[in-house]
Design a protein around this ligand. Sequence first.
Ligand SMILES: [Zn+2]
Length: 59
Amino acid sequence: MDPKLLEILVCPICKGPLVHRREARELVCRADRLAFPVRDDIPVMLEEEARKLPPEEEA
Ligand SMILES: [Zn+2]
């Protein structure tokens, strides 16, 4: 994914920073405990598409 694109991306819900999990192809918001999918290098910044992190998963 384009590092410049990553820099400008924020969480659509809390506008906070995101953590890129390259291996999982996800962008994680630690505050909301949501993981947004990255499909074909395109981040899908939709709450409906995001995966909720289970409590046992490190955010
Ligand atoms: Zn957030």
